[in-house]
Design a protein around this ligand. Sequence first.
Ligand SMILES: Cc1ncc(C[n+]2csc(CCOP(=O)(O)OP(=O)(O)O)c2C)c(N)n1
Length: 637
Amino acid sequence: MFKRGFIPSGLDAATVLELQDRARRARGAILSMTSLAASGHPGGSFSSLEIYLLLWHFANVDPTRPRMPGRDRIVVSHGHTSPGVYVSLADAGFFPVDDAVAHFRQAGSPFEGHVEREVPGVEWSTGNLGQGLSAGAGFALGARFSGTGWHTFVVMSDGEQHKGQVAEARRLAVRQGLTNLTVVVDLNGIQISGRTADVMPVDVAADYRADGWNVIEVDGHDVSALYRAIADAVAETSAPTAVIARTIIGKGVSFMEGKAEYHGRGLTDEEYTRAMAELACEPDLERLRSLRAQPAMTRHLLIDTPGIVLAPTRPRMYTREKDTDCRSAWGSALADLANENPDTPMAVLDCDLAVSVKTDAFAATRPAGFVQCGVGEHNAATVGGALSACDVLTFWSDFGVFGVDEVYNQQRLNDINQANLKVVVTHCGLDVGEDGKTHQCLDYVGAFRSFFGWKVIVPADPNQTDRAVRAAAAMSGNVAIAMGRSKLPVLLTPEGESLFGGDYAFRYGSITWAREGTDGTILVMGTPAGAAVEAADMLATEGLRIGVGVVACPLDLDDSAMDRAAATPVVVCVEDHAPRTGLFASTAQWVASRGSAVRVIAHGVDSYRSSGAAKELYAAAGLDAPGIADAVRRALL
Ligand SMILES: Cc1ncc(C[n+]2csc(CCOP(=O)(O)OP(=O)(O)O)c2C)c(N)n1
């Protein structure tokens, strides 16, 4: 056990010798691990090894309490170097090394091919290159917002410096003054297809300098020099620091050094024997094979994502006298949450659209919590995910096409990481209006449907928006709230009361009946709800009693409400969304799994449409009251 902390005086000679010997043995364990599994990434694990050993031995982390509050955060962005990560974590005492070596890449084991947050010591699941620096920026912001002084370290490869998201994150770190963030780049000059200089030349040090980072260049295998570079980086207070560590892929085994071939394969038996002899390590495969047949001692670490406890806030009331857009209702509810919870750490991310997505009131109320990410949505999505994992109430608001479609894989990784992000997307559907096809987000339910943990809320009027936002803020896990752009009439009951006013409490999954009826049912989601109610009222004058169920949670339909809908002869699903992945898809799935015989009719948006006033686009798509009434009449023929 070494004394923790990166101190300016550096390491003494005995510690250097001890670390070198540990690195030698760790290389042997990496080879055993990847040879036993007959797959994995030994090359980059070797080049990153001294970086990993130093970080997990000297950063402020506690192997006996991997989730210790206030601990330093260590993010490994090139998650394929998991063998190097696991042996270093084991060397620092997080778990027995045999568990990782024997159960690497084995079904059911936490020691996956790419690092997972469920392994003690791993802070963020990665492997999709280019996202780690954003996660690190999120953790560094988390230290600021939670008033905790932890330092965040991000280890990256040189191959992933190609990614645009890395540049977005670099700029954000400087713009936000994240001097509590240190990057160490494993500059081994090799990637899958050969030399990085040939695949896609990048001047890594120059890029970081150009964006305003402090840069230190060092030999990444010289533990003494590397330790001092990291100590200097931690002490630096003028800018975030990038330690560019010059390394050798496959370092330590003569025939592996500098060879792209060893980026991603285990050794043959003959290579393994030769390499272990060079490292003066005992070949160990026979013992490990028998261990592999037994369960690992190390368990998956529970990812605890609690909801944020908030003071009860009083909802705002919107009335029929004045139409209001859901965006404004969201922005006002957000500002209320900030005002009424002054001690709750809270952050709102923006990508240069605050005025349109109505987060400007929050920015005025709590400027320190407003994080401008520029036109850098990939970065914003990942920063938001990691920040939300720091017990900071985190919202990111953007247009649907940018907060959903632009960042599909980032939101997928937020799902895998079981983050706690609230994404509020506006300008969804044809309701985006004059911006036209490129801005029509018609899959805001469909995209999230493909994940496993995200919840989606689509409020139907400003009152429901207000209550849904307040409820979602206290929910645990990732939640997307999707809305349109236009001003909407407040929905009313048949008696003329606000449907979502008074005592209405938003309950995730519930369906609200705006009209009762047994001749047929309209299930409607979001913006067209007012038109659907109007359509039902028109049909009532023709003697047809049509129920209108307002569905705010299309991925989790309430069984009892759906039973009511299915008891009528036909269900028409009305949505400003592609039916095949939206409300229609959910309803059809529910009906099929229930064995119900009710007919389900899709009435949504079946192609990208032109620019135009939302009202005209709705009329053309049949999403206005006459169009919806027609669809119901046809359905009843
Ligand atoms: C976004 C993304 N694209 C592609 C890949 C597939 N991939 C895995 S490693 C790698 C490049 C390896 O280069 P480097 O990261 O420098 O790793 P090293 O060879 O040094 O281990 C690629 C393209 C990926 N994991 N993520």
